[in-house]
Design a protein. Structure first.
Lengths: 477, 176
């Protein structure tokens, strides 16, 4: 078993026992919804309803209700899609990559982060359906034999790769999340008092009993799923970036796109996790589980990925000049100084400058400041996608085709729809499912909890009595 | 969990270390342990119980190979044979362009195949929630050891004493 050096602060504070963990996490699931939750849920339903009306009109009337024109044929739709997909990268990063790296602090946040991932990908997918204009024909993107002869989808196209990448990512993330939920659903099932919750949690817990054999297999498949999800999460945003990078539009046609997009995705995803967790920990009184240590660590990831993004911006700009392609150079020069200069500088300020403030330990551990910067980062990342998409398109090769893009109320309304959907789903999740992975937290509790010295003393006593061979360090976790 | 029948002695422990140390001790004393149930994974417990190493990884690999072959076959057949097309001046069958989807298909088949195997091999599934369990506290904070009486030659008292000696805080009898 792994013993953590006492120099490090314990991951879980407050000297929790196993029973305390169950009690603390199950409390909000078992209680009736609070007034605050109902108000928040009501608000997000209103937002969702407004968005749905806008979306219904978009589909009824057609994409003409958006502010698109023949020069700018992609604008908020794809901006929002890439933004949501990017946000949807943090959950799998936390649950998969940090699992492979044995980062135990992930156990307190992985459940909520994965849920956020799934909801963000649903929001992203809604923009795919929206920008098709005729969503009832969405199945045309699938490789199905069709009525026009056996013409197939073009497997050489990154847009078709995207169909496979997003749907695989969504379904594998969902499975990974659900597998992690099963032991916790079993805990709630065994505590449930009402017939309905006994039946519901019991059905979804799939008869989990926590036997040693099941746990061994569970850990094994978690590891393989993590190993699969790690390249998967990198591939998804790589393929999203190829939607742009494989075209010949100046400003899109760059080889730096895949790593730059992936870093940006993790950057915005962690910012969104930060926003949600800072609220959740206060509302559900989980300060002992999601500690300042967790917040600080996530801020470090934000600073790292923010710096990668910053370096990518500068490299891209340098190569646009150094490469000597005048169209490329113009595209970047136009971003900085053209009519959309404000979007470019908003992106630079929010994404490059603001995360650098986290080099200060004091700011990194300041909750209000962290929340503020997380919002700023997500605004910045939205502008990044807007800058990439709209400013690259709006200056066409022929100056007579130059145009500007301005959103209509339906562009905005459809974006609002995705917020309504996201928060409705997240609120339902946070009420009816445990927001912290109880089983995993219990597993890291003993090697990291504040009670550790007592535990070690307990083992030493056993050793003196000669009753059992201690198995410490025999198998490194 | 599958349906249970017969008489069981159930030892309840309150610490993961105690139960982990108790297992080899009891096995040495000749007690045949059916299974240990815990609220979280205890590393080394399945080995201590003598469970064979899981072969689910082999299944996962097979599903991955299947997925890879299926998706690649689909693409080569549709693009190269069923309706050949030259796109971007490239050969109708251009393998580098197929890599992303081949990868996604491999991951998809592996993940789903492996998880379905996991459910089947553990007897997990909808409609199994009413199956009896030894102690419901095993999903909260207790570590529960089940000993099937019909498979043990030792007497009930002897096993109960051995369980107590190994650190069990309760020993219960469960009849199904």
């Amino acid at each position: 078993m792994h013993v953590t050096s006492p120099v490090r602060e314990p991951l879980i504070q407050g000297g929790k026992t196993y029973a305390d963990v169950t009690e603390d996490i199950c409390r909000h699931v078992e209680a009736t919804p609070t007034k605050e939750w109902k108000i928040a849920f009501g608000l997000s339903l209103i937002v969702l309803a407004y968005g749905s009306v806008c979306l219904a009109w978009t589909w009824w009337e057609g994409l003409g209700v958006w502010g698109l024109n023949k020069t700018v044929g992609w604008a908020w739709d794809i901006t929002n899609f890439v933004w949501w997909v990017g946000i949807g990268h943090a959950g799998t990063l936390i649950s998969a990559i940090l699992l492979l790296f044995r980062q135990k602090w992930r156990t307190s946040i992985n459940r909520a982060a994965e849920a956020m991932t799934i909801f963000a990908v649903i929001c992203a997918a809604s923009f795919i359906l929206m920008h098709m204009g005729r969503p009832w024909m969405a199945y045309w993107a699938l490789p199905l034999p069709n009525a026009f002869g056996s013409l197939w989808v073009n497997f050489n196209s990154p847009l078709v790769w995207d169909v496979f990448a997003i749907s695989t990512y969504f379904s594998v993330s969902l499975v990974f999340w659900y597998i992690g939920l099963i032991p916790d659903l079993a805990t709630i099932r065994d505590r449930a008092t009402s017939k309905v919750s006994k039946f519901m949690y019991g059905t979804f817990a799939m008869g989990w009993d926590g036997s040693a054999k099941t746990w061994a297999r569970y850990e094994y498949i978690s590891l393989i799923l993590a190993g699969l999800s790690t390249p998967l999460v990198l591939s998804v945003h790589t393929i999203v970036s190829m939607d742009f990078a494989t075209s010949v539009i100046p400003g899109w046609h760059t080889t730096i796109f895949p790593p730059y997009f992936v870093a940006g995705a993790i950057f915005s995803g962690f910012a969104m996790v930060q926003n949600l967790m800072l609220i959740t920990r206060v509302v559900y009184k989980l300060e002992d589980y999601i500690t300042l240590e967790h917040i600080e660590t996530m801020n470090k990831v934000i600073t790292l990925t923010g710096s990668v993004v910053g370096v990518a911006y500068i490299t891209e700009f340098f190569i646009a000049w150094y490469g000597g392609v005048e169209y490329e150079y113009y595209a970047f020069f136009n971003r900085m100084t053209g009519p959309y200069w404000w979007a470019y500088w908003a992106m630079m300020t929010c994404n490059v400058i603001s995360p650098q403030l986290f080099w200060s330990r004091k700011l990194r551990r300041n909750i209000t400041f962290t929340f503020f910067i997380s919002v700023v980062v997500n605004i910045g990342m939205w502008f990044e996608r807007f800058v990439i998409i709209v400013t690259s398109l709006h200056r066409d090769y022929v100056p007579s085709s130059w145009s500007m893009f301005s959103p209509t109320r339906y562009d905005i309304g459809d974006y609002i729809f995705s917020f309504g959907l996201f928060f409705t789903l997240f609120l339902l999740f946070s009420k009816y499912l445990p927001v912290v992975n109880m089983a995993e937290v219990k597993a890291v509790l003993r090697s990291t909890s504040a009670q550790l010295p007592a535990k070690i003393a307990g083992v030493a006593k056993v050793r003196q009595r000669g009753t059992a061979e201690p198995v410490y360090n025999k198998d490194q976790e | 969990m599958a349906e249970l029948s017969g008489k069981y002695l159930v030892g309840v422990y309150d610490d993961d270390d105690t139960v982990l140390h108790a297992v080899p001790k009891l096995r040495k004393a000749g007690v045949k342990i059916k299974e240990v149930y815990s609220p979280f994974p205890i590393h080394g417990l399945d080995e201590a119980l003598g469970h064979p190493r899981t072969r689910i990884g082999i299944a996962a690999f097979m599903f991955g190979v299947t997925g890879c072959c299926c998706v690649l076959t689909l693409m080569i057949w549709t693009m190269g044979f069923d309706w050949p097309m030259i796109i971007g001046g490239k050969d109708p069958i251009s393998i580098p362009n197929y890599i992303p989807i081949t990868f996604e298909g491999t991951v998809l088949f592996t993940a789903f195949g492996m998880v379905i195997t996991f459910f089947i091999s553990n007897g997990l599934g909808p409609g199994t929630h009413f199956h009896p369990r030894f102690d419901v506290r095993a999903t909260d904070n207790k570590f529960v050891m089940a000993i099937e009486m019909s498979r043990n030659s030792m007497s009930e008292e002897e096993i109960a004493r051995a369980l107590k000696d190994s650190g069990a805080e309760e020993v219960n009898i469960k009849q199904f």
